[in-house]
Design a protein around this ligand. Structure first.
Ligand code: T3D
Length: 258
C-alpha cells in the first residue's frame, strides 16, 4: 500500500508507524484510518514490535472534524463499526506488542487509540484529553471499555465528563499509561523499549497480551484453564528452551521469537 497520511519505517524488527498530518494535529480522516489499519495489521511484515507515534507537536487529535462537507452529518455508528473498530482490533489482535509513543496531545479517538496499545510511553509535555463531551459526544473507539479498566470508574468518568487535559505525568500516576518521560529523553526511551521488545520472546508476549485481555471476560476458574493452555504453548517454544539454557549458562538469552 502506498501511504499518504502516515509513514512506515521498518528496521531490525521494529516497525514505526508515524501519523503524518501535523497541520491538523494528526486528526484521523478516512484515508488515515484505512492506512493506519493496514500498516498495523500487515505493514509491519516480520517486525517483532510496532510503534505508533505522531509527526509534529501532537500524537493525534481524534476524528478529523473537518472531514467531508459536514462531519456532523456522518453516521457515526457506521463509521465506528466500519472504520474505527477494525483499527482498534488491528492493534489489540496484533501478533506483536504495540507501543504508543505519545509525543504530544492525544485527544478524542486519538487518546482511545493510544490507550488501547500494549504500552504507552508519553513525553512529559503530552496530555490526554477525553475531548468528546466538548463536542457533544461520548468516548468511543474502545475508550469506555479501556479507560475504566486502566484508572478505575471514578477517574474514567471524571475524565470523560469534564473533558479536561490530563498531563502525561498525572496519567502515569493514575496508571493510565506505562510512563511519562522528560521530553529530552523521550525518543531514546521509546526506542530502547521498542528494541527490548523486538529482542524479546515474541511468542510469550503474544500469549501474555492475549491472556490479560481475555481475563476481563473470564471467571477465575475459566481463566486458570486459559492461562494453563497458553503457558503450555509457551513451554513448547524455542525461546523457552533458549531461556532456560541461557540461565544455566549464565548468559543473556537470545530469543528468536518462536
Ligand atoms: O466517526 C466519527 O466521527 C466518530 C468518532 C469520533 C471520535 C472522536 O475523536 S470525537 C473527538 C474529536 N476530536 C476533538 O474534538 C479534538 C479537537 N481538537 C482540540 O480540542 C484541540 O485542537 C486540541 C486539544 C487537540 C489541541 O489544542 P491546541 O490548542 O494545542 O491546538 P489547536 O490550535 O486547537 O489546533 C491546531 C490546529 O489543528 C488547528 O488548525 P488551524 O487553526 O491551525 O488551521 C485546529 O483546527 C486543528 N485541529 C485540531 N484538532 C482537530 C483539528 N482539525 C481537524 N480535526 C481535529 N480533531
Amino acid at each position: 500500500m502506498d501511504y499518504q497520511t502516515i509513514t512506515l519505517e521498518r528496521q531490525d524488527g521494529v516497525a514505526v508507524v508515524t501519523l503524518n498530518r501535523p497541520d491538523v494535529l494528526n486528526a484521523l480522516n478516512g484515508q488515515m484510518r484505512a492506512e493506519l489499519r493496514h500498516a498495523v495489521a500487515e505493514g509491519g511484515g516480520d517486525a517483532r514490535v510496532v510503534v505508533l507515534t505522531g509527526a509534529g507537536r501532537a500524537f493525534c487529535a481524534g476524528q478529523d472534524l473537518g472531514e467531508g462537507p459536514n462531519v456532523a452529518a456522518l453516521n457515526l455508528e457506521q463509521v465506528l463499526r466500519d472504520e474505527y473498530h477494525p483499527l482498534v482490533r488491528a492493534i489489540t489482535e496484533s501478533p506483536v506488542p504495540v507501543i504508543a509513543a505519545v509525543n504530544g496531545t492525544a485527544a478524542g479517538a486519538g487518546a482511545s487509540l493510544a490507550l488501547i496499545c500494549d504500552v504507552v510511553i508519553a513525553a512529559e509535555s503530552a496530555r490526554f484529553v477525553q475531548a468528546f463531551a466538548r463536542i457533544g459526544l461520548m468516548p468511543d473507539a474502545g475508550g469506555t471499555w479501556m479507560l475504566p479498566r486502566l484508572v478505575g470508574p471514578a477517574r474514567a468518568l471524571g475524565a470523560a465528563l469534564f473533558a479536561e487535559a490530563i498531563p502525561a505525568r498525572e496519567a502515569a500516576d493514575w496508571g493510565m499509561i506505562w510512563e511519562a518521560v522528560p521530553d529530552a529523553a523521550f525518543a531514546v526511551r521509546w526506542q530502547a523499549r521498542a528494541r527490548q521488545l523486538a529482542d524479546g520472546p515474541t511468542l510469550a508476549y503474544r500469549e501474555m497480551r492475549a491472556a490479560m485481555r481475555a481475563s476481563w471476560g473470564h471467571a477465575f476458574e475459566a481463566h486458570l484453564e486459559d492461562e494453563a493452555r497458553r503457558q503450555g504453548l509457551c513451554g513448547q517454544s524455542r525461546d523457552f528452551r533458549e531461556g532456560v539454557l541461557a540461565f544455566t549458562e549464565k548468559r543473556p538469552a537470545v530469543f528468536e521469537g518462536r
